[in-house]
Structure formats: structure tokens, C-alpha cells
Ligand binder design. Sequence first.
Ligand SMILES: Nc1nc2c(ncn2[C@@H]2O[C@H](COP(=O)(O)OP(=O)(O)OP(=O)(O)O)[C@@H](O)[C@H]2O)c(=O)[nH]1
Ligand SMILES: [Mg+2]
Length: 450
Amino acid sequence: MDTIAAISTAPGRSAIAVVRASGPKVTEIISRTMGRPLPERRPLLRWLSHPQADERVDRVLATYFPAPQSYTGEDVLELSCHGGPLAPQLVLDALLAAGARQAEPGEFTRRAFLNGKLDLLQAEAILDLVDGRSRAQHRAAVHQLERGLSKRIEELREAVVRCEALLVYDIDFPEEDDGPVPGREIDQAASEVLSRIERLLETAAEGELLREGALTVIAGRPNAGKSSLFNALCGVERVIVTDEPGTTRDAVEALVSLGGYPFRLVDTAGLHEAAGKVERRGVEVARRYLAGADIVLFCVEAGRGPSDAELDFLAGLEGGVPIVVHTKSDLVEPDQRHYAPELGEPQAFASAVTGDGLRELSDRLVEVAFSGSLALEAEAPLVTRERHARELRRARGEVEAFLAARSSALAPEVAATHLRAAAHALEELLGVIAPDDLLAHVFAEFCIGK
Ligand SMILES: Nc1nc2c(ncn2[C@@H]2O[C@H](COP(=O)(O)OP(=O)(O)OP(=O)(O)O)[C@@H](O)[C@H]2O)c(=O)[nH]1
Ligand SMILES: [Mg+2]
């Protein structure tokens, strides 16, 4: 097994950076770069030198974690050194010169997984924790790291294995009409497993939204105040706003956290019969985004009744829940704020200039996109990846096939193969069974040093 090393913190100017090494050569690397051994699990300030150049590189806080009580389960050296574009690289170079090789993306966590320090769902949770931009995603990732989802899947797997065991009795005592385990009991246990899988699968759509952000497309006539609303929701001036219609000609995307939930906010070109080529392209792009939208924020200027074109647009929306936003609410008197019943529900008033109504609008967005997870108790695990949903659907299909085989009086041996396959799907989900291509896929998303 190679000894790997990498800078684990993000590049750029910073007070400190962390460089890690893991593998059998760690103690040798310590002696060669710091002159003498380190005590176990006790951080010490040491000078670190390049083993060949024999020049001091940095004064570092060094900690040695002997196997197996380390992040990877191997001998690990963790160095807090000075940050910035050069210092951490020179520290890493010293470790490489002393016998380590550059780690690949996710290789530390991959080794942790292979050494049984965490399961595959936990490894994915680490990725979500590092990538997390909203409180809700962060909460779900921490819960997954605490094995919330893992425990549910393990329980499911055990339930499937129990069904298999009951079935073995049935197979062993085929002559007795009503063997030691009544057939009804087996079917009941399998149905119970099925409904538990269903309940988990119900969280999949929102669990994925939690990682990716709900695609929220801002649409409406030119000059309706779309870009201003986009900037206001982003909290920064991201896009150009002018009083000329047709300012925005391309779609602009930003990942924002509203009320603690993630949204992929998209500003688009105003929808109209565009004259120029660029504008026409912009309108086309807007339509493409609209087709995949989870939510459409449809902007109409407050105090102006909707035009036929606007009504047609709303009626023609296919995907995406529309929320009608009466923009520029500061320009109308409070007693002039009327919802337009012909625009349907929900509607909101907002002003990008005064900030009026933005809070209510984000609350509304969260309700529309994440009503399901709001209803769940905080501790309920969510299915957060397509991989999870895929394996759960596979398990569901097998349990269903099992129940069908039972009712069609197929030989219990045949029915049993479906239970085995269901257990197998759940084991892959946890990573108990982890083919190389699955691991490659999961860890490809990691950055170097994780
Ligand atoms: N008073 C007031 N003016 C606003 C508000 N929002 C936008 N405006 C003004 O309305 C005009 C158009 O705003 P934009 O945000 O560029 O509108 P848009 O819908 O993105 O326009 P296009 O990109 O051309 O389709 C600008 O002059 C803004 O200053 C608001 O909340 N209050
Ligand atoms: Mg615009």
C-alpha cells in the first residue's frame, strides 16, 4: 500500500493550511522531515525540512495518529502549516520527497471506507457536508454522517434477511400444511418491508432538491423587474438592471440559500416577440429553463392588470409551480395592492428597492419546494442521491416480485431469490458490497485531500 499525501485545505491566501499523509511510510516520513519521531496523537510544534535539500520549509503543528485510530485507519500525519499559495505546496513537496505520493481525489476517504471507518452513505455525507451551502442540506448531511440513513437501511436489510430465514423454515417443512411459520406471517413481514422502502423513497425527490437546489426560474415581460428581484434574492448585484426593456439577454444562474433552503435561481430574458437575434436566443434559453423548472417566479408589475400574453404564458406552463410576484410594490399605495384572481394562487407583492415582501416570498418558496421535508421530524433521514433512490427502487421491485411469486404459488426456492436480490441492493447502498466501478463513481466527486 502506497503512502499518500495532499493539501487538504482550499488553495489561496489563508493563515493556515492542513497537509495530510496516510500509509505505512508515515513514521519514516516523520523522521526524515522532522528529525525524530512524534508522540502518538499529541500535536507538537516542529520545524519541517526538505529531506534532500536540507533546508527548513516551515514551522508546523504536527500530529501523528497511529493505525488504526485515525481517519483512514492507517498511520496518519496531519500538519497545520502556514497557508497561502506557496507554503503548503513546499510542505507537501517535502513529504513527497520523503516517500509519499500525491493522493488522488477522495483517496483518504476511500481508504477510510475500505478500512471500515465509515460506510458509503457516510462517505457521501462528507461530500455533502463539504459542498453544503444551505442549513437544510447541512443538517441532512450531518444526520447522514451520524448514520441516520445507514441505520434505516441496515434495519431494512435485517428485515429482509429475517424474511429469508422464515422462508427457509417453510422450504424445510414443505409437507406440513401449516409449517412452524404460517405463510401469512412471511407475507406480512415482506409487505411491511415494502411500505418502509416506500416511505424512504417518498423523501427522494426533495432529498435531491436539498443537494441540488430547487430550480427557480424568474420569468415575465421585459422590464417587469426580474433582474432586480434576482439581485435582491441573491443579496448582491449579480446582473445588470436598467430601465430599458430587453436588458437581460442570457440566462444567469446563482445558487442561493433562502430561509435555510437551497435554490438554483435563474434570471432570464423578458418573454416577448424578440426582434434581434441575440434577444431571440435569450428567449429560447429562457423557455428551455422553464421546461425543467421546479418553480416559476412570474413577475408582473404591481398595479398593472395582466395582459392576455401573460395569461397565455401562465396557462401554457408545463413544469414548475408558478408563483406570481407583483414587482415594484413600492410604486403602488398599500391600499392599491390587489391580487389578480385570474392569475391563480399563490401570489405575492415584492419590492427589490425597499426589500418589502422579500421575506414572505422566500417563505413561500420554501413552502412550495420543501413542504415534504418541513413536515418530517428533524431527525428523519432523507434519501439524497439518485444512487440511493435507484437501489431502493431495485429493492422495492424485488420485494414486490417476491410477494407476487408467493401469491402465484411458485416454489418457495424461486421466491427466495427475490429476497436475496433485495438484500443485495440494500447492501450495495450501504457499501457492504462495493464493486470497483461503484467506488470509482462515488469518490470521483471528491476533491484532492479529502
Ligand atoms: N421602484 C422600483 N423600481 C424597480 C423595482 N424593480 C425594478 N425596478 C426598475 O424597473 C426597471 C427594470 O428592471 P429590471 O430588473 O432590469 O427588469 P427586467 O425584468 O430584468 O428587464 P429585462 O431584463 O429587460 O427583461 C429598472 O429601471 C429598475 O430600476 C422595484 O422593486 N421598485
Ligand atoms: Mg433583466
